[in-house]
Write a new protein. Structure first.
Length: 252
């Protein structure tokens, strides 16, 4: 099975580079931003950290992963600090982190405004929030949401190789480009719309690749499946007020 997956991924990568040399996978964009924001002086909170392994690759002065349950394979020894808790009530003091990340987590928030208020509270002025999530306005995401939860779980496992403990109920209450670029109290730094082409099935991959190439038509980039947004808490403390920046960078 590992040999088959490796073969599929090599085939996919070769074809992508031939048809769209500038394409970047969602994790390439996400990790590139992380690399800029971590390191010496950084204090990082990874929300919904799962196995809590991201901090191995991006060390900071302080790194904390938080999740509402302890994954059986989670790292929980220094420097991989692990906290079991609720993102709606973060167990941290005000203004303690320079970076908060939500990697494929925001779609699962039942009360995203409460979570974002908590993130704002624990961030230092000038700190950043990095969010990677799905775009519910993508027809592919809409189609997936038509299936019952049990069938979606099966598809995620068989088609995308997800582990069952990593698949949770999605509410999609923050999952539009418009909502993500206008989160109250934050300034928009970057926004990337990315078509996910990570798939272990060749036929499904080819269908996704055709869809990606279609979204390169002007105006259709908003229909891609994934969104990565970088937000900044203003350096000068102000009252929460909606920002409506129109800045969008690196739309692939």
């Amino acid at each position: 099975m590992d040999r088959y997956l490796h073969s599929c991924r090599k085939f996919a990568e070769t074809l992508i580079r031939k048809l769209d040399p500038n394409y970047r996978q969602r994790w390439e964009i996400y990790d590139g931003i992380l690399e800029r924001l971590t390191g010496s002086g950084a204090r990082w909170l990874d929300g919904g950290c799962g196995r809590n392994i991201a901090i191995e690759e991006f060390p900071c002065d302080i790194t904390v992963g938080i999740d509402y349950y302890r994954h059986t394979e989670a790292l929980h020894t220094a420097p991989a600090h692990l906290v079991i808790g609720n993102m709606e009530k973060l167990p941290f003091n005000d203004s303690v982190f320079t970076l908060v990340t939500l990697n494929t987590v925001a779609e699962h928030f039942e009360n995203p405004s409460v979570v974002l208020d908590e993130i704002y509270r624990v961030l230092r002025p000038g700190g950043h929030v990095l969010i990677h999530t799905t775009n519910k306005n993508s027809p592919l995401i809409m189609f997936g949401n038509l299936f019952p939860e049990s069938l979606r779980l099966l598809l995620m496992k068989k088609v995308f190789g997800a582990d069952e403990p990593d698949v949770f109920k999605a509410y999609h209450r923050l999952n539009t480009i418009a909502a993500l670029r206008n989160i109250e109290g934050f300034e928009l730094g970057e926004l990337h719309a990315v078509q996910d082409l990570n798939c272990s099935n060749r036929i499904v991959f080819l269908a996704l690749l055709v869809y990606h190439l279609m979204t390169k038509i002007p105006g259709l980039w908003k229909l891609r499946t994934n969104v990565i947004v970088l937000l900044k808490k203003p350096a000068i403390s102000i009252q929460h007020s909606a920002f409506s920046s129109n800045k969008i960078t690196n739309v692939n």
